[in-house]
Design a protein around this ligand. Structure first.
Ligand code: NDP
Ligand code: HSE
Length: 450
């Protein structure tokens, strides 16, 4: 083996991802050294519990419960503990001590990214975070490096493996939500608190990270519109299938040019030349023939639409210990090369700092499912309310759901709309609900990729 300079690598965390990173660092030491131009010495692994079983066979003497002690003298610090503290403090300590940092911690970057990137800039170090969005899929590097000379218009994708795994099994097997969530947890896809996955927080964090990079804007997490999948039930899945759709939890990051000045727009919501962005996460209907519809299991897929490059698609494992470890190790090699070469780090750009519009300003098409009395005039009333609300009907399907003896039957109406402004749509649904002709608004789902 070439006589490389030796770099000290500290690992914080040896859970689903960290244990695999430690394992691969040791197993692939020679290949990594040749790629990095330096030998990477794993000097220690910080954990909470020294006696916890590990997914990889690692020497016990590497383990410590004192992350701070491990940082001293380290060249590269890999943070895989997750959560905000002590991860934030340890990363800042590592940067201030001259280390380059690799992390997969989207929760931290989505909330404290600017603080961490500023700290890295101050000391001329770098923070690498390929694994923080879409697991094993290279998406951060393409957005930051490969597309640096292009202008991203839209990112749309499945960025949470747990929810895709759950929705996919509900769709394909007719499984119940709770059963498949337990499986996703046991397979190591879900976050320590799975609420982060199923309520869309994890996807929103990733959307904030991707949009920040793509649009040269520090996107605060609370500007990301977020809805989870807990309201999606078997009935909605069946209805979606019947109508030729599949339900997916999507992250959509969109540049709005000449942003519509509607309904009444506070000046701060767009730049002088009408530019703004929308960043949102919600379960949406995706046509069955759209490539995102065939993303199964815990896989992720991200579409990027750029002005010059056109449409690009990134696909692969969005979660899982060893898969995510692959992305982490790629970053470790980049960090090692930079550590040796010195000079300017990767740097984050917030030069555009575009305003993020609220969800009410977003335009999409919808599918509205209503339960109504099956009697003359009901459909006409519904159509009238939609028309008054500036919501244009694209398709209507009615089915009789029950017909009790002698009484008027009940009908289910599924209305597909043309693109409408979200605020108009939600006001219209409120008016439908209180119109006296609608028994129940069964569901309102946005349609993407149509
Ligand atoms: P785990 O919960 O499996 O592991 C966390 C590890 O950190 C454990 O080894 C734990 O120690 C250690 N740890 C936690 N708090 C402390 C502390 N205060 N001091 C010392 N050690 C601590 O997490 P994952 O491996 O699943 O995830 C790690 C990171 O990677 C997270 O940011 C996550 O969001 C991200 N990520 C995870 C993916 C996945 O598929 N799992 C995919 C992409 C990103 P102990 O074992 O003793 O409890
Ligand atoms: N819990 C996350 C997911 C892990 O399911 O996608 C990967 O970030």
């Amino acid at each position: 083996m070439t006589d490389y300079r030796r770099l000290r690598v500290a690992l914080l965390g040896a859970g689903a991802v960290g244990s695999q990173v430690a394992d691969l660092l040791r197993k692939h030491a020679d290949e990594l050294a040749d790629r990095a131009g330096a030998a990477l010495d794993l000097v220690g692994i910080a954990v909470r519990n020294l006696d916890a079983p590990r997914d990889a066979d690692l020497p016990q003497e590497l383990f410590t419960t004192d992350p701070e002690a491990l940082l001293v003298g380290s060249d590269i610090v890999i943070e895989l503990m997750g959560g905000i503290e002590p991860a934030r403090t340890n990363i800042l300590q590592a940067l201030n001590a001259g280390a380059d940092v690799v992390t997969a911690n989207k929760a931290l970057l989505a909330t404290h990214g600017p603080e961490i990137f500023d700290a890295a800039d101050q000391v001329g170090a770098s923070v690498y975070y390929e694994a923080a969005a879409a697991g094993a899929i290279p998406i951060i590097r393409p957005l930051r490096d490969s597309l640096a000379g292009d202008r991203v218009k839209r990112i749309m994708g499945i960025v949470n493996g747990t929810t895709n795994y759950i929705l996919d099994r509900m769709d394909r097997e007719g499984s119940e939500f709770a059963d498949v969530l337990a499986d996703a947890q046991s397979l190591g896809y879900a976050e320590a608190d799975p609420t982060a996955d199923i309520e869309g927080y994890d996807a929103a964090q990733k959307a904030a990270i991707l949009a920040s990079l793509a649009f040269h804007t520090a996107v605060p997490l609370d500007a990301v519109h977020r809805e989870g999948i807990t309201k999606i039930d078997k009935q909605m899945m069946d209805a979606a299938r019947h109508a030729g759709f599949v339900i997916k939890l999507l992250a959509v990051c969109e540049r709005l040019e000449g942003a519509p000045r509607y309904p009444a727009e506070p000046a701060a919501e767009v730049t002088a030349d009408g530019e703004a962005i929308s960043v949102r996460v919600y379960p949406a209907l995706v046509p069955r023939d759209h490539p995102l519809a065939s993303v199964h299991g815990a896989n992720n897929a991200v579409f990027v639409e750029a002005e010059a490059a056109g449409s690009l698609m990134f696909y692969g494992a969005g979660a899982g210990g060893v898969q995510t470890a692959s992305a982490v190790l790629g970053d470790v090699v980049s960090a090692a090369r930079r550590h040796i070469a010195g000079g300017v780090g990767v740097g984050e750009s917030t030069r555009a700092n575009l305003p993020v519009v609220p969800i009410g300003r977003v335009t999409t098409s919808y599918q509205i499912t209503l339960e109504v009395d099956d009697r003359p005039g009901v459909l006409a009333t519904v159509a009238g309310i939609l028309s008054e609300g500036r919501v244009s009907i694209a398709t209507v399907e009615q089915t009789i759901v029950a017909e009790p003896n002698g009484d008027a039957g009940r009908a289910r109406i599924v209305i597909g709309t043309h693109r409408a402004v979200e605020q108009d749509l939600s006001d219209t649904v409120d008016r439908l609900a209180s119109s006296g002709v609608v028994d129940r608004v069964v569901s309102v789902l946005r349609v993407e990729g149509d």
